[in-house]
Design a binder for this molecule. Structure first.
Ligand code: 3HC
Ligand code: NAI
Length: 710
């Protein structure tokens, strides 16, 4: 087939040279050899060349640098397509009359693996990562992957790869039949050339994946498709592309290869145009962008091998586990022997849980705990490189701890606090080395939650901030840079949309309806379920502490206080907003709570009204977006995307919506502002439009424009 292609660029990222009778085709498009338009052109041209040059008897495709090919160029999505299209290039590769071999090292993902599937033979070396992760970007494999993969490795294995998006290593790929051979060494060029020579010597023929027989057992294939469909319908709530992947595999079973490809193309384009794809791709880039705080470019991180953790409660123990899991040594400090024993027990409990589930061997636990020690004396921290304080949320207690750290820690040790709300500038100012003090705000459970807010006080030195980002990488967490204020990025915005939810509840929506609406929007839990899980007493204590400074004119909903006064703190007390009979983890609505809410409405002189789920979400999201805009405006967050990452990784915001600020762009900032102005008619004190939101709407700009210019 002749395919439409402009001439390759003068400096094509795809080069070819003869090695004996083998045409070596090298894709060299840093950083990850993505299949941008010039790569597609270059691949097509290389195959044309091979077909017309009589000396060429086989073609070997390799990637330069650390990867084979990481997939389509994600930056091209949403822009006008440029020929040749990838499926056409891959058709050309598969149709070649001379054997084409793909030699895979590093990533062969998405379109990259599809290139390999279109080749006739595949070899991988150790360290290779093969996968079809398109689902994670709201897509499906769109260059024949949904048709070739099931034919090559069967419906069940192909569905599992495409629906999970997981990467498989060389050995597993061999077992699945995804590759024909695993190279003995990691020298991809030598291995690939040797394999090509061997195939030529044995007169190996062109062997096309489209003719492979992985779907020959129709009944088994249909059963795998049915099972995947049922499972996907249950698990991929709200997601657009997973069921389309299943449909494509059904087409692979029922239709001709060409018909299947046409079907796949149509589904791929539908996914490409979906807001979910835009949200997920935004999240992909934001996740990488957020880690590049200015200090990571201007300063060199300090070396971290040993870490002190102060406090062995909920957070201290979780932080200790996160640090141990990263291979570092931990010294835990507690107030007395009993508290230290409890702290150690909290740490051990995490590993015992893994052992009970068969996910860890007891020997592994012992090895990890060999790096753990505890003490009741701060002197044990004399040599640690970094300390993370996680004691009670009380300024005096924290300052006393920092005074001890100032006394015992070696010069250059990084001194971090896990405070949720307290003024870190004041903590830093209380000791002689404020330049070493930083906030490391973990989320509970700290060994699981991916978010780490790196809170940057005024006096901190840049290399300490760079160290915090480096530590986050070691802990496999997503670090977001935040400025000092009450609640930093996440908890500050949370406080506002939680208040909006309380207003809705007092005005007539039940907590159960609010939770349901929020879940249907895509959060795993609604705000009242979260409150029951975290324990209502924590918020109660904060409200009591803030009571003296609360604006007397601000609306204050007392429903939560009424529940707490009864000792209904949530799951741990068997009831909160919901009832949890006999330790149940899912709550059931409580008529007594509804009666308390009704009484509170009456006390406040409110005639309840009804809200649709859509009205609930509009208020909830408007509050979140408006405070998100304030946080950016005040430079607490560097850019809107930092707010997006905070909410996706710390608060369960649905990733496919890209985060609250991306969602606001999708809805249109003018619409969000109009909503806020409408709500302000009832409560102008609460609904004050953020100056940034107003400015953007006046300029006709969106939040995305601030991500680009930062
Ligand atoms: N397109 C464009 N840019 C890409 C890219 C892609 N497919 N994959 C990675 N990049 C960029 C990153 O944005 C980053 O850019 P930056 O340096 O400016 O921030 C740079 O490459 C390096 O990426 P990482 O920081 O992620 O590097 P790692 O070494 O940690 O990881 C990787 C490498 C495993 C390849 C990882 O980048 C990855 O998973 N990439 C995405 C793979 C993927 O999803 N492929 C499928 C694409 S969709 C598709 O192919 C559709 C097809 O079916 C038609
Ligand atoms: P916790 O009450 O479970 O644990 C605090 C621990 O600190 C206790 O074990 C206590 O014995 C110990 N401790 C108190 N004073 C000490 C001292 N002077 N020296 C040594 N140990 C001391 O509290 P939790 O929930 O772990 O919170 C700790 C910190 O983490 C607080 O600042 C909190 O705001 C913050 N945080 C809490 C989150 C949560 O979800 N619980 C989330 C993020 C931050």
């Amino acid at each position: 087939m002749a395919i439409e292609t402009a001439a390759p660029a003068a400096f094509s990222p795809v080069t070819h040279e003869l090695r004996g009778k083998v045409l070596l085709v090298t894709v060299d498009n840093p950083p990850v050899n993505a299949l941008g338009v010039d790569v597609r052109r270059g691949l097509a041209a290389a195959i044309e060349h091979a077909e017309t040059d009589a000396t060429v008897q086989a073609v070997l495709i390799v990637g330069a640098g650390r990867n084979f090919i990481a997939g389509a160029d994600i930056r091209e999505f949403g822009k006008p397509p440029q020929p040749p299209a990838l499926p056409d290039v891959l058709h050309r590769i598969e149709a070649s009359h001379k054997p084409v071999i793909a030699a895979i090292h590093g990533a062969a993902l998405g379109g990259g693996l599809e290139v390999a599937l279109a080749a006739h033979y595949r070899l991988a070396v150790a360290g290779a990562k093969l996968g079809l992760p398109e689902v994670q970007l709201g897509l499906l494999p769109g260059a024949g992957g949904t048709q070739r993969a099931p034919r090559l490795i069967g419906a069940e294995a192909a569905l599992s790869l495409m629906l999970s998006g997981r990467h498989v290593g060389a050995q597993e790929a061999l077992k699945l039949g995804l590759v024909d051979r695993v190279g003995a060494s990691e020298d991809i060029l030598a291995e690939g050339l040797a394999y090509a020579q061997e195939l030529l010597a044995s007169h190996a023929h062109v062997r096309r994946t489209r003719d492979a027989q992985g779907l020959a057992d129709r009944a088994a294939s249909q059963a795998a498709i049915d099972a995947a469909r049922a499972d996907t319908a249950k698990k991929s709530r709200g997601l657009f592309s997973p069921l389309k992947i299943v449909d494509c595999v059904q087409a692979a079973l029922d239709e001709s290869f060409e018909e299947g490809l046409r079907f796949e193309r149509k589904q791929f384009l539908a996914c490409l145009e979906s807001p979910q794809r835009a949200g997920l791709v935004h999240a992909f880039f934001a996740e990488r962008e957020v880690q590049k705080a200015p200090e990571t470019k201007s300063a060199t991180p300090r070396a971290i091998e040993t870490v002190g953790v102060i406090g062995g409660g909920t957070m201290g123990a979780g932080i200790a586990v996160a640090v141990l899991d990263a291979g570092l040594a931990v010294t835990m400090i507690e107030r007395d022997d009993a508290a230290l024993a409890r702290g150690r027990a909290h740490v051990e409990k995490v590993y015992d849980g893994l052992i009970a589930k068969g996910r860890m061997k007891p020997e592994a636990k012992a090895q990890i705990l060999a790096r753990f020690s505890g003490s009741t004396s701060y002197d044990a921290l004399a040599n640690v490189d970094l300390v993370i304080e996680a004691v009670f949320e009380d300024m005096a207690v924290k300052q006393a701890v920092f005074a001890e750290l100032d006394r015992v820690c070696k010069p250059g040790a990084v001194l971090a606090t896990n405070t949720s709300y307290l003024d870190i500038d004041a903590i830093a100012a209380s000791i002689k080395r404020p330049q070493d003090v930083v906030g490391l705000h973990f989320f509970s459970p700290a060994n699981i939650m991916k978010l780490l807010e790196v809170v940057v006080p005024k006096a901190v030195s840049a290399d300490v901030v760079a160290t915090a980002f480096e530590l986050a990488k070691k802990l496999r967490k997503v670090a977001v840079r935040a400025g000092v204020c009450d609640g930093f990025i996440g908890n500050r915005v949370l406080a506002v949309y939680r208040t909006a939810a309380d207003h809705l509840m007092e005005d007539g929506a039940s907590p159960y309806q609010i939770d349901k609406a929020v879940r249907e929007f895509g959060f795993p839990m609604g705000p009242y379920q979260v409150s029951d899980l975290a324990g209502g007493d924590i918020g109660w204590a904060t409200r009591k502490r803030r009571a003296p400074t609360r604006d007397p004119k601000a609306r204050y909903v007392q429903i939560a206080d009424r529940l707490c006064e009864r000792g209904w703190f949530g799951q741990k007390t068997g009831r909160g907003y919901y009832l949890y009979p006999e330790g149940a983890r899912t709550g059931t609505p409580d008529p007594e709570v509804e009666a308390i809410i009704a009484a509170e409405r009456e006390r406040a002189g409110i005639t309840p009204r009804t809200f649709t789920d859509e009205e609930i979400i509009r208020r909830y999201m408007a509050a979140m977006i408006n405070e998100g805009a304030n946080v950016v405006h005040e430079k607490i967050a560097l850019r809107p995307l930092d707010v997006d990452m905070t909410f996706i990784y710390g608060y369960g915001f649905p990733r496919y919506r890209g985060g609250p600020m991306k969602y606001a762009d999708t809805v249109g900032l003018a619409n969000v502002l109009a909503d806020i102005r409408e709500f302000a008619k009832e409560d102008p004190l609460f609904w004050r439009p953020s100056p940034l939101l107003v400015e953007l709407v006046e300029r006709g700009a969106d939040f995305a424009s601030l991500n680009q210019t930062a």
